[in-house]
Unconditional design. Structure first.
Length: 697
């Protein structure tokens, strides 16, 4: 554990010591009244701007239709939610505004300092509004709302938010996509989506509605507030849960930790659109029932949870899917939003990198995997993609166009490795996509070996063909944009594969009956009698089990893994040694009672930490992959769609090898990235090796 001044925390946490936490801050919803952010100076600028504009054209109102057309390219509607008691009928009115007016110098993503819209009926009148960020839920519209006298149906999740934010004594003004955009008008949606960046930037503030209070949610918010303070000076990357109470936090057995995990697992955190909504909002607030906190505090708390290892502990104890599940580390996901914001504000991110980071986020229309990110990248991306929801412009066409645009950028903005590593789904089907273009409508099925997992530096399979600044590793065929020209070096073919590992796990209790994944791996590898130096069959086995990485996946696996794998493997298989070349440490060879390393030791701190790292690394490496042996006798991890005869290639500028399926005439289909023990450091690339031109289709 790091050095902690516990008395300092316990003494100061209850004092007004932390200047960044303004206890007087409140979430004030926008009204048609004064807004302190719209100063007299700003009002003067608005009047001066209005004087240069022609009189607004007001479309004649059709009393039979709820929505008037939006003729202004910067035009939006805002919703006035009429005052009413909590249980009374919900009703409101729409008001047309424009976001054309901007003032002040641009800063990063923020095009101006403007924090309001301007009335379309009177261009000299500023209109303040609160933007709502929430979860639509299933597209079932069974709740009632009356807008300008017109009954309409809304989702129950929105009804819950409206009842919460409605005031009894005055109306409030909000921008809410479900009501302010005519959802039945595809053309209007295509015009409004590109304005999302301005909508959230110009808002007075943003209310993030997580839903009604649930079991323990109020206490969870309070704990997150405490964590954002108490752990902000933590230096320990693996805080022992036994130290929680010394830090003034609940003990590891407290139910509040489960409640906090459930709070961070709410559906809002899985939405793709929150990336844009959080990043572009200047004053976002998180609201759950009657509890609220500023977004910065939540992001800070999640950073503390992630960097101290507490979120990993929560994940292992409270997540049903744990590491192998789709939820992942929810605290890491929330913190990642703030990291994306920092990068986006500095214009240091690309559309493709955001697509990788948001791969697991959810949206109802698959095209929003691209459209939902355009507001947080620079205009060079926005100008290329005109938002359209026309039925003939499919998600496949959009994904293909997005990648071609990415490749057309300056070479410093992309690498072939990150493009191909994004593909981890079956590419043999009729998706309408070339095999080298990721289907972003599908979540990742594996943890990437490198690049997307932040561990590209661990592998150097490219050898002398390393990526270089401004060197073009690949280019789209100018005669057929569904083909990608690459250069590669053939290594070997797959001679056999194991069954796929769907949900692998590792246990130190009752290993003979529980460690089915380990036994499947052992039975498959036991056909090998020798291995290419410097590895033995055993060392190749345990390195491949973890893909050569440590638990977090940021460093090469330590040699300390060998003795723990050796111990568990023998206890699981009932054989000693289980594999050729198996090693035994001095601790394993000691007599019982004389310091011998046994399964029981794996519950103690040091050996137990090593075991948990191996368990984590193995689950990340094996999930949705197969073990495979090549014709030359090399062991590796391959996509679950691999078949005998698929070919392993080292591609120019790529950190890991890739598996290709020969389609004839020099053309190949990408199957996915691979780990092959013994060539991940460039061993397959000889000093006189040369690359061959190839075409991916």
């Amino acid at each position: 554990m790091g050095d902690w001044n516990v008395e300092f925390f316990q003494d100061s946490a209850n004092r007004e010591y932390w200047p960044q936490y303004d206890l007087g801050r409140q979430l004030n919803l926008a009204t048609f009244g004064p807004n302190e952010l719209v100063t007299e100076k700003v009002k003067t600028k608005i009047r001066e701007w209005a004087a240069t504009k022609p009189p607004p054209v007001r479309p004649e109102k059709n009393t039979e239709a709820l929505y008037r057309p939006i003729g202004d390219p910067y035009g939006i509607r805002v919703l006035e939610i009429h005052a009413g008691a909590l249980d009374s009928k919900l009703n409101g009115s729409l008001h047309h505004c424009t976001l054309e007016f901007q003032h002040g110098e641009p800063f990063g993503l923020y095009a101006s300092s403007t924090r309001c819209a301007v009335s379309s009926d009177d261009l000299a009148t500023p209109v303040s509004y609160t933007a709502l960020s929430y979860t639509w839920g299933p597209p079932v519209f069974d709740a009632d709302f009356v807008c300008d006298g017109h009954p309409m149906k809304i989702t129950t999740s929105l009804e819950s938010a409206l009842r919460h934010f409605r005031r009894q004594d005055h109306s409030v003004v909000m921008w809410i996509d479900q009501i302010c955009i005519n959802q039945a008008d595809r053309a209007e949606k295509g015009q409004q989506i590109p304005l999302m960046s301005r909508i959230y930037q110009h808002a007075m503030n943003t209310a993030i509605w997580l839903g009604d209070a649930g079991s323990g949610s109020d206490a969870a918010i309070q704990l997150l507030e405490d964590i954002s303070i108490r752990l902000q000076f933590a230096t320990d990357a693996d805080l022992d849960p036994a130290e929680f109470e010394r830090m003034g936090l609940p003990g590891p057995e407290a139910d509040i930790w489960d409640s906090t995990w459930n709070f961070l697992s709410r559906q809002w955190f899985t939405r793709l659109w929150i990336i844009q909504e959080v990043i572009l909002s200047r004053d976002p607030w998180v609201v759950c029932g009657d509890s609220l906190m500023v977004w910065e505090n939540l992001a800070s708390a999640c950073m503390q949870l992630a960097t101290t290892g507490v979120s990993k502990w929560m994940q292992m104890n409270f997540s049903e899917g744990a590491i192998s599940g789709s939820r992942g580390d929810v605290a890491q996901l929330a913190w990642q939003l703030d990291q994306i914001k920092a990068r986006a504000l500095g214009n240091s991110t690309t559309l493709f990198s955001l697509m990788i980071l948001s791969r697991g986020a959810q949206c109802w229309d698959a095209r929003d995997k691209v459209y939902g990110l355009l507001g947080v990248v620079d205009e060079s991306h926005q100008d290329v993609f005109k938002t359209t929801y026309a039925s003939d412009y499919t998600a496949a066409k959009l994904y293909h166009a997005a990648l071609i645009h990415h490749i057309s950028l300056d070479k410093r903005s992309w690498s072939l490795h990150e493009i191909l590593s994004a593909v981890d789904h079956d590419t043999s089907g009729d998706s309408g996509l070339p095999s080298w273009v990721a289907d972003w409508s599908k979540p990742r099925e594996t943890v990437a070996f490198a690049s997307a997992s932040g561990s590209a530096g661990i592998y150097t399979a490219h050898g002398k063909f390393a990526p270089q600044m401004l060197k073009i590793d690949a280019e789209v065929n100018p005669k057929n944009d569904k083909e990608l020209k690459v250069k590669g070096l053939f290594f070997d073919k797959i001679a056999g594969v194991s069954e796929a590992f769907d949900d692998p796990d590792l246990f130190c209790t009752d290993p003979a009956s529980k460690n089915q994944a380990l036994l499947v791996a052992h039975n498959f590898v036991s056909r090998l009698e020798e291995y290419a130096p410097p590895h033995t069959v055993f060392s190749a086995f345990w390195h491949t089990l973890v893909a050569g990485k440590d638990g977090p996946g940021r460093l090469k696996c330590p040699e300390s893994f060998a003795e723990v794998v050796s111990l568990i493997l023998d206890e699981s298989s009932g054989i000693s040694p289980s594999l050729p070349g198996q090693t035994y440490s001095k601790r394993q060879l000691r007599p019982k009672g004389r310091g011998k390393l046994e399964l029981e030791n794996l519950k103690s701190r040091a050996p137990g930490e090593t075991f948990q790292e191996i368990r984590t690394a193995m689950r990340r490496a094996l999930r949705n992959r197969r073990l495979g042996i090549t014709s030359k006798g090399y062991l590796g991890l391959f996509p679950k769609f691999s078949v005998e005869g698929d070919e392993v290639y080292v591609l120019d500028g790529c950190h890991v090898p890739f598996l290709l399926r020969n389609a004839g005439e020099g053309k190949f289909r990408l199957v996915g990235e691979v780990y092959v023990c013994g060539i991940m450091g460039g061993e397959a690339v000889s000093a006189d090796a040369s690359l061959t031109d190839m075409m991916l289709t």
